[in-house]
Structures are given as structure tokens and as C-alpha cells.
Design a protein around this ligand. Structure first.
Ligand SMILES: [Zn+2]
Length: 602
């Protein structure tokens, strides 16, 4: 099942025609407005801004088409590069606009922002970004150099990994296949898959280390010439949040790592193993029915969305019927999954690599959550629809929780254990693993000069060990597994946004479940999503009565995880007692139980 890109363009020819028109429009836009913005009345400025946005929207459409083509066929790399180059040329004519906006005098700028409604947050951010902005000439040089700078290394990373073959059981297979075997029930296969991943990556260590170092150096240059105080700062600015709120999130997560180690001790008991190694982390907890075909997953997701909101159900249905989704892995297709917002006049596109596992069901829910968010926010326009990373993961994780609650209703005890285990593991992967990625990156980027492969390995192991403590032994194979994580290359310091989104959702989802007026909550939540990125996360979340800068806020999320872990522990304990396997130990953690008692009192 492939997606249908004809909603973007019928073929490459019609794309080129659109691109030609846009080029002309951009040139005439430059002629009309360059060096003249400060003489415009606010109303005239806003008209120019609409034209400016419209040109970017067409460029967005062109780039989306080229990128989505490349995503399912890595041979289209040169087509994508060509389109990017053309788009860059168009952007060059538009570069003056944001710079000239910041030349408008203060009072007038304020007036414009006040009048601009849906675009006021966007303009306010431009105004705030003034101190990091360079001259037109400098910005032009940087833009021209971008395609042969960091983004070239990013493309090299993608192309290299999607062509890299891994020797597994005598066959040459793709990364996605090996990664998927880490979830195999058979311990020997998991171990072999982990060795195969290591061996495959090992052969590319020089290249992957080099790419990471170039990304790091490029970011450092950016920080210096734009006058940021740390390599993370631009990301926080993009995310529209403060360093303080990120630190408070990461600290809260790291202070509660014992939840992870307590979980893995229970898992060890369930699997009946003496010791857990890194290749046992994803061992499925016995469940022979763990088969979620795409059709079955689709049905589950649609039903659980329907229970929540008719509107959600309708949009998801549209996604399936109108072929927004590319479902299965294939030769040359990139790994992972995403939902691309495309442009407000089209619709989002979803890429999956469905392999019939339970996690694929949750990935479908996750990406459709994104797609619904992107679709709902199209009314605020191309610029304002774009959500910062901190809130862009909200709808996706919320959708996963809906599916979790939906499928747990009619499961046997054994299946329930498997479901909770995979949910908790998902949470750890999102909340903890991503925070550890962040502390790993912090250490890497803090090093002066190039980092050796050995140092990458050392930092990677040390940071990961913080999360597992004594519950999982990390083998020597594991030490180079930093080298296939795309986020470190594509978007440094991206990962904490997953943790951020996750904890935010736990608080919101808890509020939804406790809410006596569910209809009102759904209305509020839908409005929140429809606002896209037109308001700050702080403002959006405050509409639910939460303050994202208070440490109590993050603790609410952690307490929800504790509650899930405790429910899991109780289900496992009951099951062990029933089967005469109960020996206490990991199933009686005083700490967590004491916490839960404390929670119910507060
Ligand atoms: Zn996501």
C-alpha cells in the first residue's frame, strides 16, 4: 500500500511549472518590497506578509513532493538535491524580508504584531530573533553554503545507512530488518541481531564518527557567529521554551531512573533469566497472539479514535481512504516512521514500515495523531501551523494512550502483562532513552575539538548505564549504537522534545480521564491542537490550568508512569501467585508502593 502523491503534483513536469512561476513571483516580490517595508502602513505590511507566506507555501509543496519521493526511494537523492537547490535560489530573493522587518521602528512593529492575529506569535518570534540575525549578505552566504554544509552530511548519513547491508543469518539485510529482530522471542536470534547490527555499524565507524563531528563543528560555528550562549539554545528558541524548563524536565526524569531499573528487574523475573543483557531489553513477554496486521491495526486505531471524538475518527478515515499513508518496508525506502505536514492546502502524508508487531500498531496511532494535529491546524496558515517540537509530540503520544486503553479492555491476564510491558517500555524509550540521548549530546557537544570513536563509545555507555543502573548489563557490542541514531545528525538536541511531549501528555491524559465533562475536555483539546504553533506552549498548556515552568507539572507526569508501573506489578504478582511462581523480590518494591500511597493522600 503506497501513498498517492498526486494530491501534491501529477508528475515532475507540473512541479517544475509551479516552481518556475514561484521563481518569477519571488523576484517581483523582492522588487516591490525590498528596502520599502518600513514605509508601509501596518495593513500594507500584512498584505505583503500574506504574499510572502504564499510563496513559501508553494516552495513547501515542491520540497514535500521531492522529499516524499526520496523517502520511499533513495535513488531519488539527486532529484531532491536539484529541487532543494532551486528552492534555495527562490529563498534568496526572499531573504531580505525577515531582516527588513527588524529594521522597522519599534512602535510600528508593535502595531503590526498587534494587528496580525494568527501570525502575531510568528512575528513576535522574528522580533525576538533579531539579536541572532546577521546581515543580508552574511545570511545569503550561509544559505548558499548550507547545502554543502551540515545538510550534505545529513544526506550522506541517510544514503549511507539506507544502502548499508547487515549480515544476518547468512543473508545481507537492511538495518530495519536487524532492528526488528531485536524484538524476537528467541534469545539467540536477538543476540545474533545485536551482533549483526554492531558488525555492520563497525565497518562504518570512521565515516559515522566523522559525520557526527562535522555536525558538531557546524553547530559550534553557528553558535559563535549568531551569538548563542550554548549549542542547545537555538533548539530551545525553536521549541519556544526556556533552558530552565528543559533542565527541570531532564532533572525530574533522571531523578526517577529507578522506575526503569525496577521495571527491568520484574522483566527478568518474568523471562526467568538470571541476568538481563542489552539484547534482552526488547524481548517480548510471551504472547503468541502478538500479530497486528495493518488491517487489524487500522480497525483498532479507528475504533479508539471514534470513542474519543467524531472529528478524529473522520480525519483518520480520510487518511486511509485517500491514500495519505505508505505502509510497508521496501528496497531503498528509509526506515522509521513520520507524518509530514506538507502544506495547509493539501494534507499530511504518513510514512510507516509496518511489520505486523504490536509496536507497529502504536506507531500507526502515533503518526496518525501527528497527522490529525497537522490537519486540524491548517486554518492558522503555513507559518503558524508549524508546531514547535515540544508540543508537536502531544497528539501522537495522546493517540497511543487512547489505543492502549482501548485494547486493554478485553485481554487475558497474560496478554495484559505483555501489553503493559510494551507500554512501559515505550514510555522508557520515549521519556528516559531520549533524555539520556540529550545528556549524551550535552557531553559530546561540550568537548572542544573532534571526538574520537572511543570517546563517543565511552560517553554513550556511561550515560545509558545511568538509566539501567544494575538491572541491565550493557555488552561491548552496545557501545557503538550511538552511531545509527539519525536525530544526532539531522537535528541536534531534538530528543528531549520527545520526553517533554510524553510527560505533557501524561498530565493531559490524566486530566482527560479524571474529567467529569469529557465533551468539554475534547473540545478544549481539539482547540489546543487547531492552534498549531500560533501560540507559545506555555500559553497553550495554561488553558488546561497547568504551568510548564513549575517542577510540580513534570512530577504529575512521572506520577502517572509510577501508577502504570504499579498496576503492572500488581497484575504480574497476581499472575505469579496463581501459578505458584511467587517469590517476592522485585514484585514487592516498598519504594514505589510507598510513593503510590503518598500519591493517593495528596
Ligand atoms: Zn512523533
Amino acid at each position: 500500500m503506497n501513498w498517492d502523491l498526486t494530491d501534491l503534483y501529477d508528475n515532475e513536469n507540473s512541479l517544475y511549472l509551479d516552481l518556475e512561476d514561484t521563481k518569477k513571483e519571488a523576484i517581483s516580490f523582492e522588487k516591490s518590497y525590498k528596502d520599502k517595508l518600513d514605509s508601509l502602513k501596518p495593513k500594507e505590511f500584512l498584505k505583503a506578509l500574506d504574499e510572502y507566506e504564499a510563496i513559501f507555501q508553494v516552495l513547501g509543496r515542491v520540497l514535500t513532493y521531492a522529499y516524499l519521493n526520496f523517502a520511499t526511494d533513495s535513488k531519488k537523492g539527486s532529484f531532491l538535491a536539484k529541487i532543494q537547490k532551486e528552492a534555495t535560489k527562490v529563498e534568496e530573493s526572499l531573504l531580505f524580508f525577515e531582516i527588513d522587518f527588524n529594521k522597522i521602528d519599534d512602535e510600528k512593529q508593535k502595531k503590526i504584531i498587534k494587528k496580525s492575529i494568527d501570525k502575531s506569535f510568528y512575528l513576535q518570534n522574528l522580533r525576538d530573533g533579531k539579536k541572532h540575525q546577521l546581515s543580508l549578505l552574511e545570511e545569503r552566504v550561509l544559505l548558499k553554503k548550507e547545502l554543502t554544509g551540515a545538510s550534505a552530511f545529513s544526506r550522506l548519513f541517510d544514503e549511507h545507512l539506507s544502502n548499508l547491508k547487515f549480515n544476518f543469518n547468512g543473508k545481507e539485510v537492511a538495518e530495519e530488518v536487524v532492528l526488528s529482530e531485536l524484538y524476537n522471542k528467541n534469545r539467540d536470534i536477538r543476540k545474533k541481531a545485536s551482533e549483526s547490527l554492531t558488525n555492520g555499524l563497525q565497518s562504518s565507524q570512521h565515516l559515522l564518527t566523522y559525520i557526527f563531528n562535522m555536525i558538531k563543528a557546524d553547530l559550534k560555528t553557528d553558535i559563535e557567529i549568531r551569538g548563542y550562549s550554548s549549542p542547545e539554545e537555538p533548539r530551545h528558541k525553536n521549541n519556544k521554551i526556556t533552558q530552565k524548563s528543559v533542565d527541570s524536565l531532564v532533572d525530574t526524569v533522571l531523578n526517577n531512573c529507578s522506575l526503569v531499573s525496577e521495571y527491568y528487574k520484574i522483566k527478568k523475573d518474568i523471562l526467568g533469566l538470571d541476568k538481563l543483557y542489552d539484547y534482552d531489553r526488547y524481548a517480548p513477554i510471551d504472547n503468541s497472539k502478538d500479530e497486528y496486521s495493518f488491517e487489524k491495526s487500522k480497525e483498532i486505531v479507528l475504533d479508539s479514535f471514534k470513542n474519543f471524538s467524531k472529528k478524529f475518527h473522520k480525519i483518520a478515515n480520510k487518511a486511509f481512504d485517500d491514500k495519505w499513508i505508505d505502509v510497508y518496508p521496501k528496497e531503498g525506502k528509509r526506515g522509521g516512521a513520520f507524518s509530514h505536514s506538507a502544506t495547509p492546502d493539501v494534507h499530511p502524508y504518513v510514512l510507516l514500515n509496518h511489520t505486523d508487531r504490536r509496536r507497529d500498531l502504536f506507531t500507526l496511532a502515533h503518526e496518525l495523531g501527528h497527522a490529525i494535529h497537522q490537519y486540524l491546524s491548517r486554518d492558522v496558515g503555513y507559518f503558524s501551523g508549524d508546531t514547535p517540537l515540544t508540543t508537536s509530540e502531544t497528539a501522537s503520544i495522546f493517540a497511543e494512550m487512547m489505543v492502549f486503553d482501548y485494547i486493554k479492555e478485553d485481554l487475558s491476564n497474560e496478554e495484559l502483562i505483555a501489553l503493559y510491558a510494551s507500554k512501559l517500555e515505550d514510555i522508557f524509550a520515549t521519556l528516559y532513552r531520549q533524555s539520556i540521548f540529550t545528556t549524551f549530546e550535552r557531553r559530546v557537544h561540550a568537548i572542544d575539538g573532534e571526538v574520537s570513536s572511543e570517546d563517543f563509545n565511552k560517553i554513550w555507555l556511561e550515560e545509558n548505564q545511568k538509566m539501567f543502573k544494575d538491572s541491565v548489563e550493557l555488552t561491548d557490542n552496545y557501545k557503538i549504537w550511538w552511531s545509527y541514531i539519525p536525530h544526532f545528525i539531522h537535528s541536534p538536541f531534538y530528543c528531549y522534545a520527545y520526553s517533554y511531549g510524553q510527560l505533557l501528555v501524561f498530565a493531559l491524559y490524566g486530566a482527560y480521564k479524571k474529567s467529569e465533562n469529557k465533551k468539554e475536555f475534547v473540545k478544549q483539546y481539539t482547540e489546543f491542537l487547531a492552534s498549531g504553533g500560533s501560540k507559545s506552549p506555555k500559553e497553550l498548556i495554561s488553558s488546561f490550568g497547568f504551568d510548564i515552568e513549575s517542577s510540580e507539572f513534570w512530577q504529575i507526569g512521572i506520577d502517572e508512569v509510577k501508577r502504570l508501573l504499579n498496576e503492572f506489578r500488581e497484575i504480574v504478582k497476581a499472575d505469579f501467585i496463581k501459578k505458584g511462581k511467587y517469590k517476592g523480590s522485585s514484585l514487592d518494591s516498598n519504594r514505589v508502593i510507598a510513593d503510590i500511597i503518598k500519591m493517593s493522600k495528596d
